[in-house]
Design a protein around this ligand. Structure first.
Ligand code: NAD
Ligand code: UDP
Length: 323
């Protein structure tokens, strides 16, 4: 097989650690660069003894120098509570991080994939969201540091591609969940499962009628690799996510059922600019990558619940305030 040197920024995080697992298993030489802001070493500790895995603690807003064949750029806080904790730093991570990895890609003629997000569509007026939709983002609201940072990174990726011929890929990830989500990241799946297994009430923001579409992590990693290995004339953007849409209330009820919890639903204020609906149109990924998710929410949640039951929450440092 063709063994490659692959850099994964944000490789100690939730998605990054699963991606590193997959790439190490495939025999590639994997370098994980992460400052552990929203993750911890336990996500990758099992990889540290592997000869084809290397961890570098580094902040991607500062330049770094590596020689690689491929780059997956995932470094960025992703949960709303995490990215709003230090919004200026979030914007720097998206923009300066993109410039730094694009610089490596340009110098090394490496292929580089950017982990963008459904948040580039903001609070969407078009539903489900196709890649051609330009979005409805509030540029000055509390989510803007993340949304606009990711949008600026998309611009940089396309300009390096057009101006410098950088071989790049752009994926827009919709809500993804699974084992190794930080239990205190404040995202809806991790919050509900942590609350339920602790026998606590589940916190619904607003009336719980807003929708999201939840993709299990293994499906998403398949999509990452399909896109990286796909044809050079298909750079994206491409949506990766599960098109099965649920209300947040339906998610809460399913988590209560699967955990057998007696917790109740309690209602809290809806955060500012919280998108009312979100669902990917994955027609393009199906047509060009022959990719679609295969793990339904019930199955994925059962796997995630059993991982949450297997960890000790006290081992997890909460980087930001949380419920
Ligand atoms: P995560 O917080 O678990 O992972 C992000 C990783 O980036 C962490 O390990 C963190 O320590 C690291 N990081 C943050 N700032 C850094 C910096 N300045 N320098 C180096 N490392 C830094 O979140 P995740 O869910 O695994 O998200 C990974 C990527 O996927 C992010 O870019 C995110 O925007 C994108 N994404 C995720 C989802 C999702 O549902 N999980 C949805 C859309 C987009
Ligand atoms: N949410 C909720 N209770 C929680 C955490 C989140 O009702 O404890 C809602 C949140 O307001 C949003 C949805 O769940 O409407 C998804 O939130 P998350 O933070 O997971 O990601 P988002 O898709 O908003 O980036």
């Amino acid at each position: 097989m063709n063994i490659k040197r692959i850099l994964v920024t944000g490789g100690a995080g939730f998605l990054g650690s699963h991606l590193c697992d997959r790439l190490v298993e495939a025999g590639h030489d994997v370098i994980c660069v992460d400052n552990l802001f929203t993750s911890q070493k336990s996500n990758i500790v099992h990889l540290l003894k592997r000869p084809n895995f290397e961890f570098i603690r580094h902040d991607v807003t500062h330049a770094f120098w590596l020689e690689v064949d491929e780059i997956y750029n995932l470094a960025c806080p992703a949960a709303p509570g995490h990215y709003q904790y230090n919004p200026i730093k979030t914007m720097k991570t998206s923009v300066l991080g993109a410039i730094n990895v694009l610089g490596i890609a340009k110098r090394c003629h490496a292929k580089v994939l950017q982990a963008s997000t459904s948040e580039v569509y903001g609070d969407p007026d078009v539903h489900p969201q196709p890649e051609s939709y330009r979005g409805n983002v509030n540029p000055i609201g509390p989510r803007a540091c993340y949304d606009e940072g990711k949008r600026a990174a998309e611009t940089l990726f396309f300009d390096y591609h057009r101006q410098n011929g950088v071989n790049m890929r752009l994926v827009r990830i919709f809500n993804t969940y699974g084992p190794r989500m930080h239990p205190f990241d404040g995202r809806v799946v991790s919050n509900f499962i942590r609350q339920a297994v602790n026998g606590n009430d589940l916190t619904l923001f607003g009336d719980g009628s807003q929708t999201r579409s939840f993709c299990y992590v293994d499906d998403l990693i398949d999509g990452f690799i399909a896109m990286m290995d796909g044809p050079d004339d298909f750079v994206g953007p491409v949506n990766l996510g599960n098109p099965h849409e649920f209300t947040v209330r339906q998610l809460a009820e399913l988590v209560l059922e699967l955990t057998g919890s007696n917790g109740k639903l309690v209602f809290k204020d809806l955060p500012e600019d919280d998108p009312r609906q979100r669902c990917p149109d994955i027609g393009l990924a199906k047509a060009r990558l022959n990719w679609q998710p295969s793990i339904e929410l019930r199955e994925g949640l059962m796997r995630t619940v059993s991982w949450f039951r297997s960890i000790d929450f006290a081992d997890y440092r909460a980087p930001t305030p949380n419920y």
